[in-house]
Write a protein that binds this ligand. Structure first.
Ligand SMILES: Nc1ncnc2c1ncn2[C@@H]1O[C@H](COP(=O)(O)OP(=O)(O)O)[C@@H](O)[C@H]1O
Ligand SMILES: [Mg+2]
Length: 209
């Protein structure tokens, strides 16, 4: 749904969130969910970092769904993975929040106007390949929209002032979940080159400001 920045009274008709329904089971992560939900209210930009496939997106989606009711204007997911051009980042955000551009005005300026008084959580997923554009967007929006909060999932941090980064630890699948979650492939012991001592593994999230 599109609304123009000037049609602010239409905001109430915008769906509260655009989060996808979970189609696969969500395993574990109780401690991580709890910790990130504790940190989120204390910062306006929280970036979940870590390697590809480490569970950043799933964790961010789960947290966004959990906290949605705490944001009067809801939660908006901006999925950046398909974008190849940094210039399209503001457009992706505008589309996610239902804001249409105005001829002759930079879209980011229109977004600032539209979000200026919104109590909204923006979830920016897969920032890493457009990190500069995401950083500029986050800095501009957070500077102009005092009630806006951003949760980002990215292999690297945005390096924006005030950002809190939280490193997502590797997913540990609990024994009781193996029946549902065991991968259909297996490797013999001899072909596990990564077998390593527990001291080499990253434990828990680290918070750095
Ligand atoms: N808590 C979880 N429970 C079950 N599957 C998970 C969980 N976290 C991640 N996965 C699965 O692991 C894969 C990678 O997770 P994803 O969140 O996409 O990682 P990242 O965003 O860090 O690249 C996906 O197939 C995802 O569904
Ligand atoms: Mg991801």
């Amino acid at each position: 749904m599109d609304i123009t920045a000037s049609a602010m009274t239409d905001w109430a008709s915008v769906p509260r969130h655009n989060l996808p329904a979970e189609v696969a089971g969500f395993i574990g992560r109780e401690r991580e969910v709890e910790e990130v939900e504790r940190i989120l209210p204390r910062t306006r930009l929280l970036t979940l970092t870590g390697g590809g496939g480490g569970g950043k997106t799933r964790l961010a989606l789960r947290i966004a769904a959990n906290v949605e009711r705490g944001f009067p204007d809801g939660v908006r997911l901006v999925q950046l993975a398909p974008l190849t051009d940094s210039a399209l980042v503001p457009r992706a955000v505008a589309s996610a929040v239902g804001v249409r551009g105005t001829a002759g005005r930079p879209l980011l300026a229109t977004l600032v106007t539209a979000l200026a008084s919104r109590r909204l959580l923006l979830l920016l997923d897969n920032c890493e390949h457009l990190i500069g554009a995401c950083a500029r967007l986050a800095e501009t929006l957070l500077g102009a929209c005092p009630h806006l909060r951003i949760l980002a999932a990215s292999r690297e941090s945005l390096r924006v002032p005030g950002e809190v980064t939280w490193r997502v630890p590797p997913l540990e699948i609990p024994r009781q979940s193996w029946g549902n979650a065991r991968p259909r492939w297996s490797l013999s012991r001899r072909s596990r080159p990564w077998r390593s001592s527990s001291s080499e593994r990253v434990h828990g999230g680290r918070t750095s400001v």
